[in-house]
Design a protein around this ligand. Sequence first.
Ligand code: NAD
Ligand code: UGA
Length: 475
Amino acid sequence: MVLASTENKIKKDLKICCIGAGYVGGPTMAMIAKQCPDIHVHVVDLNQERINRWNSHDLPVYEPGLDEVVREARGRNLRFSTQVDQAIAESDIVFIAVNTPTKSFGVGAGRAANLEFVEKCARQIAAVSKGHKIIVEKSTLPVRTAEAVKRILLNSTKEATFDVLSNPEFLAEGTAVADLLNPDRILIGGESDEAVETLASVYSRWVSRDRILTTNLWSSELSKLTANAFLAQRVSSINAISALCEATGADVDEVARAIGTDSRIGPKFLKSSVGFGGSCFQKDILNLVYLCEHFGLKEVAHYWEQVVVMNDYQKRRFSERIVRTMFNTVSDKKIAVLGFAFKKDTNDTRESAAIHVCRSLLDERAKLRIYDPRVPEEQIRAELLASFADPMGSVSEKHKQLVASNVTVLPSAYEAANQSHGIAILTEWDEFKTLDRTRLLESMLRPAFVFDGRSVLNREDWRNDGFEVHTIGKS
Ligand code: NAD
Ligand code: UGA
């Protein structure tokens, strides 16, 4: 689609509302408000505690640079509240940025996206809207969800008319502010040129027009799932090779560098790890797999599912390597777990590889001493308890007891490593690269094992100082 004009046709006094004040809604809207001081942005959520934190100095999302962005716009043209109806009623553009987790029950359980929250938003929008509104899907959704949203909107009210656009978000956590400020592209899918242009005119205040791509609705929805599938596939591909490196004596970082200099392959997303985590990669691939199965494309579904299968293997392989190396038993041994977030520079732990590794080590009755610079103790405990939950969400007394007695959360890497038999690095926080090795070694038992699941340490230096280092992708 060609935009109506390449000029900035800025609509005056635009009012925007965003339903969902999470990792996407909060930062994305804060950036729009910062860059467009004349646009009123109202972010709403049902979760009062989250909203309270958005209105405080202690934001619910840790992102480098986000505090400054929020501070500049909040109270000027950026609001956070739980007044969902009022915000919708007052707005010209309504973003839907609610969670779309994998379904845990019923048809499609374990694969399909749970669209309950999106549908509720559509019904609420229909119930309180008058006049004309542009509804923007910001959440990641299965292809053709916009069709369902449109049908709900059109059939639920006669008092309002709507255009539905797909505008998926591509920010990565930890670099959200930089990604929002300087995105590779903004993708807008829609049927109405005018609605597409209105939304494009918002982004074009700070993103050049040649980076604002427009497509039909279905291409936009599918492009988001496909982008995440391709990114995750690269991680699984290099992780598959990491297993071969460990078996053969090749070094996965050297292999990544060698292939990454091929301009057709490129250097990004080739860092071997203990496995990808985060709320989206696995969920979006499983969603893609479900869609393919739905359309009878069994081979395509099977192909993409392998990305998740390989990731599960990588997480399992890492914890098995720890047990095997530590003389086939970690029972009652203290293991310092450094890093619990799914990547550095975020406090998000959803689907973090650390959860899976810790769970396996707890199954082996290890004593875990966990440190993460940004993740609070209650969140770590909640994630570990949830990892033992049955399909109905219940955790047995035995597992509650295990987490209570075998998990200690500590305020520094040094305290975590004190009197430990080994260290496992599960998140690539920068501070782990400059740890005081002498101090660590003095406090640890011998052999002082180090399992580097992110390949962040200089192996030679650590070995020369007396540690026994085992790095992902290195024999
Ligand atoms: P999140 O869980 O952090 O936030 C979602 C918020 O929506 C929650 O605070 C929840 O209380 C709120 N909510 C749910 N239903 C509501 C309703 N009816 N009314 C008001 N509030 C409601 O989720 P997130 O990480 O921000 O992800 C949101 C969407 O964006 C998902 O579809 C995800 O796939 C997609 N996405 C996420 C990222 C990311 O980095 N996290 C990046 C790109 C896309
Ligand atoms: C990812 C995508 O990068 C975003 O474009 C997308 O918007 C987002 O998912 C989403 O839809 O939620 P995010 O999950 O925040 O962003 O972070 P990534 O940097 O993609 O990392 C994902 C996981 O892969 C992390 O656990 C990371 O440690 C791991 N990873 C990444 C590797 O193990 N190796 C790499 O080379 C890159």
